[in-house]
Every structure is written in C-alpha cells, then in structure tokens.
Design a protein around this ligand. Structure first.
Ligand SMILES: [Zn+2]
Length: 179
C-alpha cells in the first residue's frame, strides 16, 4: 500500500504540504484553527480538493482569525454558502463558527488552543477522540485523528523511511519544539 509519503513528494499541491507542514508542530491558534476547519471540510472529499481550495478558504474565513470567525452572523454564513471557492456545506460552515467559539473558551481556561492541546498531550487516539467530541463539534474519530497527526500530537504522520520523518525526529518531542 502506498502512503502519503510515497505520493506527495514532488506533487504541486501535496509536495509543499508534505514537506513543510504535515506532522510539524503548530503553535499559532489561527493556524491550528485553520487545520481543524480544513480537516472538517475534507470529510467526504479528497485532501487534494481541500489543498486546492485553501487560498479561497483563507480569504473567505478572514485568514482563520478565531475571534473574527466566532462572530460570524447568519448573514455572513449565508454569504459563505454562496462562495464557490470553498465547500458550500451549511453544517461545515456552522461547525467552523461554533468551533471558533469553543477555541475562545479554551483560551479563557488555558491561554490558547495550543496550550490546551499541550495540557492533554500525550494521550492515545481514543482518548483524544473522546476529548474532542466533548470539546468541539463535527469532530469524529477520523477528523480528530487526521488533525492530530497533521499537527504532530499523534505519531505516525510520516513513514519511517521518509526524509521528513528524520527531520521531525531531530526536532525532538512536540513539547520541546519551539519554532
Ligand atoms: Zn513523509
């Protein structure tokens, strides 16, 4: 079976994501929120579709500024539903807004989304999924697992033989890494 590490390198869309983002720790809350929203939007679609729409997503969602998205009203959501650049799915758009609100709540208790993730790291995937289910919306096992793999909170994003695997190993554990 070929893995993402086999198909991504050199690909115009997958390549840069694989080489510089996938599995790398993320500290910035807006960027973490972006990844969560993108993973939610991938449900039922290919990751390639999402990567190709990423620029349009950033534009449509105010570059994933958590405070701004948390304030989107019914009119703003209706406008997003008309935006052909993104995935026009009411449930996914509502999930982005609701999850932005949930992240603001985590900031009040933990200072940031990243701090909240760190506070619960490490734990196994099942425990993360239970935690995400009670903390966020639209975060089932697959979406939660993909989000945590892609942000380095679960191991195994890259195949052992992948050059990026070695680069990430050199960075050390997630909590020691400081960009
Ligand atoms: Zn890889």
């Amino acid at each position: 079976m070929s893995t993402y590490c086999d198909i991504a390198p050199g690909h115009p869309d997958h390549g840069p994501y694989h080489d510089t983002e996938y599995g790398f720790p993320v500290r910035d809350d807006d960027r973490l929120f972006e990844r969560l929203v993108l993973e939610i939007n991938q449900a039922g679609l290919s990751w390639l579709t999402i990567l190709r729409k990423r620029a349009a997503f950033r534009e449509a969602f105010d570059d994933f500024a958590v405070e701004r998205v948390a304030r989107y009203d019914a009119r703003r959501r209706a406008r997003l539903l008309q935006n052909a650049g993104i995935i026009r799915n009411r449930l996914k758009i509502d999930a982005a807004v609701e999850n932005a609100k949930r992240i603001l709540a985590l900031r009040r208790t933990h200072g940031s989304f990243a701090n909240w993730l760190d506070a619960h790291h490490p734990r196994d995937k099942d425990a993360w999924v239970r935690l995400f289910k009670k903390t966020f919306v639209f975060t089932g096992g697959e979406i939660t697992g993909s989000f945590l793999l892609s942000t380095g909170y679960l191991p195994g994003a890259h195949a052992p033989g992948c050059p990026v695997h070695a680069r990430l190993a050199k960075l050390g554990s997630h909590l020691e890494f400081q960009p």
